[in-house]
Design a protein around this ligand. Structure first.
Ligand code: GAL
Length: 371
């Protein structure tokens, strides 16, 4: 995201927050009064996002504020900055201010049980946004992308790029990375990818030289690219001395991909004699799309945050009007207490051959991607 876009996003968030605070200060949601008078008039939505350290969540927040406001609501947007107690306090404050609806993308999906109970006690419906809220019955609906399919797109991309389905005796070295262990999406992404990759590992067409193939060995706390960079450096030092080279890396998220690429470049990859491996990603963040255009990162998965925000607005509207959320999956997302009705959007694989789609769809301007 360019500086101006970021400034706009932060500005919009600040404006929305100011608006929401003014509304709360005016006693609009005072106990005893009608909290919500229907038709999108006068309701306030508390939007709790995990962090601003990644472009995508800034875009998610910005899109939701805009779209909820267009639908006649006020929005109170807060970022937990990957600090779980901070996210809990922010949600508690929203409940105390009398918001009418909560939309939450959790830092740790299992850490919000108490605060979700408080929301239920105050009759505030809750939408789980992108990441599933775990271990609580007080989650009304779930707006997300098809997370298993995201993993499949990543795994299939690696298979196609290496030509594994064409057979032959070539064997390639791959290393595997996964996301935050506290994020339920992590295992969906990983399982989707491994269901595609495992047969090739079993057949010996893919080799994980480090031997690290279990999810617990591969996770990256808080999706932190710097941690992934450290792990890749360790893997290179321990297993890729001499003539062995890494041919492919399964990376679940753009920020992690960029960390991995830095480690590889420091170790001498990225030259004609030692090209970078095929490396996946997710979110189509600007820095990664630029990296794809520059021939470094190979692939990413585009998940249009405008569509996800629109889904959350539609669900919120339904809940606040006493209706059920629209769902297209009522089986997959069991949070341990209930199967949460979900609406899964479709992710799209992006590489050097089709990144222009992001410009055609107005997701980015060409200048943002080329500069
Ligand atoms: C996941 C999300 C991914 C990526 C990651 C890191 O929950 O589904 O798209 O954004 O978090 O932020």
């Amino acid at each position: 995201m360019s500086r101006t876009r970021l400034a706009r996003a932060t500005g919009a968030a600040a404006a929305a927050l100011a608006l929401a605070l003014t509304a709360a200060a005016c006693g609009q949601n005072a106990p005893g009064g009608s909290k919500y008078d229907g038709g999108g008039n006068g309701g306030t939505v508390g939007i709790s996002m995990p962090t601003r350290s990644s472009e995508r969540w800034i875009a998610d927040g910005e899109n939701m504020v805009r779209q909820f406001e267009e639908a006649g609501y006020e929005a109170n947007l807060q970022y937990g900055e990957d600090d779980i107690p901070q996210q809990i306090t922010q949600i508690e404050n929203m409940i105390a201010q009398g918001v009418d609806l909560l939309v939450i993308a959790a830092i740790d999906g299992s850490a919000l049980g108490n605060v979700l109970q408080q929301a239920a006690d105050a009759n505030i419906p809750v939408i789980s946004y992108d990441r599933l809220l775990m271990g609580s019955p007080h989650v009304d609906c779930y707006a997300t992308f098809d997370n298993y399919q995201v993993g499949q797109l990543q795994g299939q991309y690696l298979v196609d790029a290496l030509g594994l389905e064409e057979g032959g005796n070539d064997s390639y070295n791959i290393e595997l990375f996964a996301g935050d262990p506290d994020d339920n999406n992590t295992r969906y992404f990983f399982n989707g990818a491994m269901d595609v990759l495992q047969p090739f590992i079993d057949e010996g067409q893919l080799t994980v030289l480090s031997g690290q193939t279990r999810l617990a060995q591969l996770t990256t706390e808080r999706w932190d690219g710097a941690l992934a960079q450290d792990r890749m450096e360790d893997l290179l030092t321990a297993h890729y001395r001499g003539r062995e080279r890494v041919d492919a890396v399964l990376s679940p998220y753009d920020g992690i991909s960029l960390g991995i690429i830095s480690a590889l470049e420091s170790a001498g990859y990225g030259t004609e004699s030692r090209p970078l491996p095929v490396i996946t990603g997710q979110d189509a963040e600007i820095s990664s799309v630029r990296s794809i255009i520059a021939g470094k990162q190979t692939q990413t998965v585009y998940k249009d945050t405008r569509e996800l925000a629109a889904q959350a607005v539609q669900m919120g509207d339904a809940l606040l009007n006493g209706q059920e959320c629209e769902a297209n999956d009522t089986e997959s997302y069991d949070n341990g207490e209930k199967v949460v009705p979900a609406y899964l959007l479709e992710p799209v694989s992006i590489d050097a051959s089709n990144w222009e789609l992001l410009v055609e769809e107005g997701y980015y301007t060409e200048a943002e991607l080329r500069n």
